[in-house]
Write a protein that binds this ligand. Structure first.
Ligand code: ACO
Length: 378
């Protein structure tokens, strides 16, 4: 019998007994997955067994979506359908969340519990394709432009990243296209995290795919999950202004603050996504590369000096921020950009969850008041 962390080994026919409370479920194995393998010891990340180093620059994001979801580059993520969301506030995560809910009812998506895998896959493909369209339309509204870019103009783009920029800005600088494509591929999937877990929980109830994707966006909108790149750029600006990255790092740590973009729950060595994004930032001619590199060196040295036994490597968020900055993505759009990338992972996990057919229903240990009469409550 296999042992699952957090549950006592039990005999056949008995219920598992909760023997260990882990705040935040850290270290608790909730699923087995065949989708992505963050390799802690090898400091690499593989989608369906393929190292992301073999993907960036070789396949566009839409084909990587195919690898993650279908285990095949072709046909990949489809083109978005013509659609103007009912709500376009310019707040991209909330516009996306609302659009998924709207599409659920407009497309009459059926409940996962009532459909075959192919229909679920096709629903997720349609919703994924719409993600970039909705985020681009929302970003355009945030820029104060109310007229949408015509579909036939956007159709001139060749990749999902290029079409995203055309729909948003009406133009697509090739450097910006490469920056976004690289970022989307590096962050397409990373095992179980808050938004993916949310998507799987909703899928486990048998709800439709739009409901699962909408809920995932809600989880992503929190700054602790999708918002870290937004906090890196101000740090780089402050370090540059001071002109002394070593002192900047020391002062920040002396104040008891954390350096954004360093440390990781899984990787103790290099985060493989940071390893890919850093040279991308250099090749793309990032104006912030020099200050970011200097800050990274200062941070790694000082963190090592203060915590020699605790590796705190550069994580994905640090160089993501620099690469997204190349594409002139405003920091407040970073969570939605992460959502565009992560639709691949969410879709694959929703499909995988569907195959288990098991409602996710963990337990809580009751620690409230003991039994008492209603009259004792004021
Ligand atoms: N800067 C300074 N000190 C740090 C940092 C950091 N970035 N990260 C960890 N530490 C220190 C902590 O203060 C703690 O010290 P203590 O033992 O004296 O209290 C020790 O290292 C361990 O910290 P934990 O929070 O327990 O480490 P964990 O591995 O659980 O946390 C995390 C990982 C949350 C990413 C953390 O490193 C952090 O807060 N980093 C900064 C924020 C960040 O970059 N977030 C994006 C993460 S990437 C991602 O989620 C996709």
């Amino acid at each position: 019998m296999r042992t699952i962390s957090g549950f006592a080994e039990t005999g056949p026919g008995t219920l598992p007994r909760v023997n260990d409370f882990k705040p935040g479920l850290e270290g608790v194995v909730a699923f087995e997955t065949e989708i992505a393998e963050p390799d802690r010891d090898g400091n690499s990340l593989r989608y369906r067994g393929v190292d992301i180093e073999e993907l960036v620059g070789h396949y566009p994001y839409e084909n990587v979506w195919g690898l993650v979801v279908d285990e095949s580059f072709e046909p990949g993520m489809p083109e978005p359908e013509s659609f103007r969301p009912a709500t376009l506030s310019g707040n991209a995560p909330s516009d996306l969340q609302a659009a998924f809910a709207q599409l659920s009812s407009e497309w009459k998506l059926r409940k996962l519990v009532d459909i075959q895998p192919q229909e679920a896959r096709d629903d997720l493909a349609r919703l994924s394709g719409m993600t970039m369209s909705v985020v681009a339309q929302s970003a355009r509204v945030a820029d104060g432009k109310t007229e949408p870019v015509p579909d036939d103009f956007i159709a001139q783009g060749t990749t999902a990243a290029e079409k995203f920029l055309l729909r948003w800005r009406g133009e697509a600088d090739p450097r910006h296209v490469t920056a976004i494509d690289t970022y989307w591929i590096c962050t397409a999937e990373h095992g179980l995290n808050a938004s993916t877990f949310t998507a799987r929980i909703v899928a486990s109830t048998g709800a439709d795919c739009g409901a699962a994707m909408s809920a995932a966006v809600g989880a992503l909108s929190g700054p602790l999950h999708g918002g870290a790149p937004a906090r890196v750029i101000p740090m780089l600006d402050a370090a540059e202004e001071m002109g002394d990255p070593e002192r900047y790092v020391r002062d920040l740590l002396d104040r008891g603050e954390r350096l954004m973009g360093f440390g990781h729950r899984i990787y103790r060595g290099e985060d493989p996504r940071a390893r890919l994004l850093k040279p991308a930032a250099l090749e793309l001619g990032s104006p912030r590369y020099e200050v970011a590199d200097a800050l990274e060196q200062a941070a790694l040295a000082e963190l090592h000096r203060r915590k020699p036994d605790r590796p705190l490597p550069t994580n994905v968020e640090f160089w993501s921020a620099v690469v997204l900055d190349v594409a002139e993505i405003p920091p407040e759009l970073a969570p939605a950009m992460f959502g565009c990338a992560r639709v691949a992972g969410w879709s694959a996990h929703i499909l995988e969850e569907r195959t288990t057919g098991r409602l996710i229903r963990p337990s809580a240990r009751y620690v409230g008041p003991s039994s008492r009469p209603a009259g004792s409550v004021l």
